[in-house]
Every structure is written in structure tokens, then in C-alpha cells.
Design a protein around this ligand. Structure first.
Ligand SMILES: Nc1nc2c(ncn2[C@@H]2O[C@H](COP(=O)(O)OP(=O)(O)OP(=O)(O)O)[C@@H](O)[C@H]2O)c(=O)[nH]1
Ligand SMILES: [Mg+2]
Length: 323
């Protein structure tokens, strides 16, 4: 079996050689002899430093370089595609900053080798965290909680960058975002009935200059990740989302409408309740429109499901040929 390790990297020349070296130290015995080939794929996302060169020198098998910075999710998707192209049976994603310990890759891969999982998440919160600033800890907890609700999967660490995917799971996921892939993949995976398992992992302090490449501002991250989560949730549950919003408008509209009507029945005129009458009409129209929008969106969801299935089958055909 072939294992591909994908490393998305943006300006990580100081830390990536060590990550690659740690992966190179893994032996087939570490995988109970079930893995005989390990390929390292680095996706250099338009780095301004020498990430590509040092990665190659350190022993990366493939370095894919984007000419300009296109975002972590795009780089992740590229890593998966390249791994599928070279015929990987299992794909592990690890960050380039050395925070995850590559020695734990066998542990991450085991549930897939044993046929017990399609996707394995390395959970830092179930494992050991050397250093995580308080605001990131809180941010992680909140984003994890939101992802739990949106995906229906009780993850303990939705933001982990240390993950393993079976070949089939990798073909099932179609990441749409460009900024981050972490929450969207969990939402999609659970939606498609893929089996997700979590294993505890170590999380070390960031090496090199210590500065996050992805998160310059925690609020900016929350906004962008929040939008991605909301969007995936809406795409998979349009009736629920639009239905709830529409229902709120309708209920408030009915309340004002009822007040106007009861006034009208007792006094015989709408009189001073005219503004309420207009408001009620508006709210009811908006509410009904929103529900209708939900019905339309639900039809789009059916299309999306079909497209997803077509894409999955297409990927299967496309990548099978090259094996
Ligand atoms: N392709 C790509 N990768 C990125 C980008 N930003 C960050 N990365 C990589 O994504 C991984 C995670 O980014 P980090 O900056 O470590 O984010 P983090 O681990 O959530 O934050 P820290 O705890 O501060 O390290 C690293 O391997 C980065 O090199 C980007 O714009 N494009
Ligand atoms: Mg990091």
C-alpha cells in the first residue's frame, strides 16, 4: 500500500525540512508492514521564501508550486489531487510548521488500515498541547462547537491540520472554499456517511519565527471560517435554514396581524393600527418568500447531490487510469 503525506506550506523554509526528515524516518514496520511506499508531497502556496527548494533538498518527492498565494484550502485540495494521481491508498495531511509530530502518522493511519475509519482526525484537545495561546484555545473551542452543530459529528478538534483519509474518502470530498478546508471537510464527510474517527495527538509549539501563517487576526479568521461553515451548512440543509428564517418572519407577522385583526373586530376600523397592518403584511410576504426560497434551494441541493456523485465517479475514472 502506498501512503502519501501532503504538506501545504506558505513561507515555511525554516520548519519544513525537519517535518520532511521526521516523515522520512518512518519505516514499514511502523505500519505493521502494511505500508511499503511513502511519498511526500509539498504544496508550496506561492511562498516568498525558499520553501520549495529546501523541501526538495530535504527529500520531498513532489513539490507543487503555485505562482501566487491561493489559500490553504486550495493547497490542501491540490495535495489530495496529486496524491490520488500517484495512486496513494491513504493520504495524510500534516502542517509544515512542525507542530504535529510525524512519528504519530502510523497511529493516525491505523484505523484506516484496520478498516475502521474513512477519515481520521488527530485531536489535539484529546492529546497533549505544549503551547496554545488563550485566545486561540477559546477560538478553537468555539469553532469546534459550531462545527459539531453544523456537521452533526461530535468532533473534539475541528481545526486540526493532522488528518488521514482513505483513497475513497479523498475522492468523496469536494472542498469549495479557498481559505480553510478544516471544518468544511468534516461537514461534508459526515453528510456523506463517511466514518470519522479521532485519535489523540501531540501539538508542539510553532518552530521558526513562531508566527501563524494562516491566522493573523483571530476575528478575521472567525469571520472567514464562520462564513465557510454557514455556507456548507446552508448547502446541505437549505429547507431548515430558510424554513427557520421564514418561520420567524411569519410568526412575528402573524402576531402583528392578529393584533390588527382583533382591534378591527372590536372597533370596526383599523384606525391607529394601520402601521402595524402594513408591517404585518410585509413580514408575512417576506416570510413566505423566504420559505419559497428554501424550496428552491432544496431543489438546488438535489442538483448538488447529483453533481457531487458525478464528480466522485469522474474522479474514480480519472485517477484509476493512472494507476
Ligand atoms: N497553502 C497555504 N498554506 C498555508 C497558508 N497559510 C498557512 N498555511 C499552511 O497551513 C498550515 C497551518 O497554518 P498555521 O499558520 O500553522 O496555522 P495554525 O497552526 O492554525 O496556527 P499556529 O498555531 O499559530 O501555527 C501550515 O503548514 C502553513 O504553512 C496559505 O495561505 N496557503
Ligand atoms: Mg500551525
Amino acid at each position: 500500500m502506498k501512503l502519501a503525506v501532503t504538506i501545504p506550506a506558505y513561507n515555511e523554509e525554516k520548519t519544513i525540512p525537519n517535518v520532511i526528515r521526521e516523515i522520512r524516518e518512518l519505516k514499514p514496520d511502523d505500519f505493521e508492514g502494511k505500508i511499503d511506499d511513502i511519498k511526500i508531497i509539498v504544496v508550496n502556496d506561492g511562498s516568498k521564501d525558499n520553501t520549495a527548494r529546501v523541501a526538495k533538498e530535504a527529500g520531498a518527492d513532489i513539490v507543487v508550486s503555485f505562482r501566487r498565494n491561493r489559500g490553504l484550502a486550495r493547497a490542501f485540495r491540490q495535495g489530495i489531487e496529486t496524491a490520488l494521481e500517484i495512486g496513494a491508498d491513504i493520504i495524510v495531511n500534516i502542517d509544515a510548521d512542525g507542530q504535529y509530530n510525524a512519528k504519530e502518522i502510523p497511529k493516525l493511519v491505523k484505523p484506516i488500515l484496520d478498516g475502521k475509519a474513512d477519515i481520521v482526525l488527530g485531536s489535539r484537545f484529546k492529546g497533549w498541547i505544549e503551547y496554545m495561546p488563550m485566545q486561540k484555545r477559546i477560538g478553537n473551542k468555539i469553532a469546534t462547537w459550531v462545527t459539531r452543530i453544523a456537521s452533526g459529528f461530535p468532533t473534539s478538534d475541528a481545526q486540526t491540520g493532522f488528518r488521514a483519509f482513505s483513497r475513497d474518502a479523498a475522492m468523496r470530498l469536494h472542498v469549495l472554499a479557498d481559505y480553510t478546508y478544516v471544518q468544511e471537510t468534516i461537514i461534508q464527510a459526515n453528510h456523506y456517511g463517511l466514518k470519522i474517527v479521532e485519535v489523540p495527538v501531540q501539538f508542539r509549539k510553532r518552530q521558526g519565527d513562531g508566527k501563524s501563517r494562516l491566522i493573523s487576526n483571530i476575528f478575521g479568521y472567525a469571520k472567514r471560517a464562520g462564513m465557510i461553515i454557514l455556507r456548507s451548512y446552508r448547502d446541505y440543509n437549505p429547507l431548515k435554514v430558510f424554513g427557520i428564517v421564514g418561520a420567524i418572519f411569519i410568526i412575528v407577522g402573524l402576531y402583528f396581524g392578529w393584533r390588527v385583526l382583533s382591534y378591527y373586530y372590536t372597533t370596526g376600523s383599523v384606525g391607529s393600527r394601520l402601521p402595524s397592518a402594513i408591517l404585518a403584511t410585509l413580514l408575512l410576504i417576506i416570510g413566505v418568500q423566504t420559505v419559497v426560497l428554501g424550496l428552491l434551494a432544496d431543489m438546488l441541493k438535489s442538483q448538488r447531490m447529483l453533481l457531487d456523485d458525478v464528480l466522485y465517479r469522474l474522479k474514480k475514472l480519472e485517477y484509476e487510469k493512472k494507476e
